[in-house]
Design a protein around this ligand. Structure first.
Ligand code: HEM
Length: 293
């Protein structure tokens, strides 16, 4: 697909840097976005826009909205809306530092940098809890069907929506849970990734089983572990042709349907939550028609 930011469908890279920005008060983002277009190839840099940015120039993307706050028993899933998200992807941390600096400078007339998160591949594709992450992701054509907008017209076709949450793991709590109970919390065995049919209803893969929703709720997860000092967790990233599948999964995780919350919450919690729309490409550049540019 030539009009898709190819980094969305590609496997997760070895290292990544996530930059999140807000709009400066009273800023006119047109010039900054033109500078961003010169840098963003959709592959080594995937770009997403928040609703505030899309609306700032009178644009509209049907289906884009602000991340809702969710609540469950003792749980708050925070919403931290942002205007611009850049996912820098590569093999070399030094190169990411420099491409990140270029990106920040290019957009600084209109955007304030809110956060930098460094992601990395751990143990061949595991979350820092040690469990393999991404096994049940749709592959090939099914991945594109789940993640890419089609049939909406030029300027929207080839785009994707993305939900991003930074989860912070409590490794002491995780270590205190007996290994078998940890396997049951995920619903898969850490040693060989085998699905555990006998896992309880709170098991993460039972909460989120994509075929079990009506309609089926497939997403393309491209999450990566992150670490900073002695803290770490998962930078959860899920692309979808809409935000509905992610939202249905998250509601089940907090127990909105049956009062059972996801066993993941025993050792991890999200501290951010944002939605973005990733524009399509046209002639190897970001296609910003939906923003009126
Ligand atoms: C710290 C947070 C999270 C961790 C550590 C985590 C980890 C995992 C692991 C280990 C699996 C099993 C292997 C796989 O199929 O990938 C899995 C599956 C899955 N997770 Fe998560 N996950 C997290 C958050 C979320 C969130 C927030 C959602 C969506 C709201 C989600 C959606 C899914 C889905 C859809 C599956 C596959 C279910 C299936 O169809 O079998 N995960 N996750």
């Amino acid at each position: 697909m030539t009009n898709v930011q190819t980094g969305i469908l590609a496997p997760t890279p070895n290292v990544a840097r996530y930059l999140t920005f807000s709009l400066r008060a009273g800023a006119e983002p047109k010039r900054a976005l033109s500078a961003l277009v010169e840098l963003a190839d959709g592959d080594s840099m995937v770009v997403g826009f928040g609703e505030s940015l899309v609306r700032s120039g009178g644009g509209e993307v049907p289906g884009l909205r602000v991340f809702p706050t969710h609540f469950g028993k003792g749980l708050v899933i925070p919403s931290t809306a942002a205007a611009l998200w850049c996912w820098l992807r590569g093999d070399d941390r030094g190169k990411l530092l420099h491409s990140g600096r270029k990106c920040i400078n290019a957009v600084s007339s209109a955007f304030v940098l809110d956060s930098i998160i460094d992601g990395f591949l751990f143990d061949g594709g595991r979350d820092l809890s040690g469990f393999v992450d991404g096994t049940e992701n749709p592959k090939g054509k099914k991945a594109a069907d789940a993640a890419i907008v089609r049939g909406q017209g030029a300027g929207l076709d080839g785009s994707s929506f993305v939900a991003v949450q930074r989860w912070v793991h409590d490794f002491e709590r995780l270590d205190a849970i007996p290994p078998r109970e940890q396997d049951n919390a995920i619903g898969r065995r850490r040693s060989d990734d085998k699905e555990l049919g006998s896992a309880p209803a709170s098991a993460h893969v039972k909460r989120t089983a994509q075929e079990s929703f009506a309609p089926e709720a497939f997403v393309l997860r491209r999450s990566m572990p992150w670490a900073d000092g002695n803290s770490g967790g998962l930078n959860f990233v899920a692309f979808g042709k809409s935000l509905d599948a992610f939202e249905a999964q998250l509601k089940r995780m907090v127990g909105a349907e049956d009062g059972i919350s996801d066993a993941l919450f025993k050792f991890t919690r999200p501290v951010t939550g944002s939605y973005f729309w990733c524009p399509p490409m046209a002639q190897n550049r970001l296609d910003l028609r939906a923003l009126g540019l």
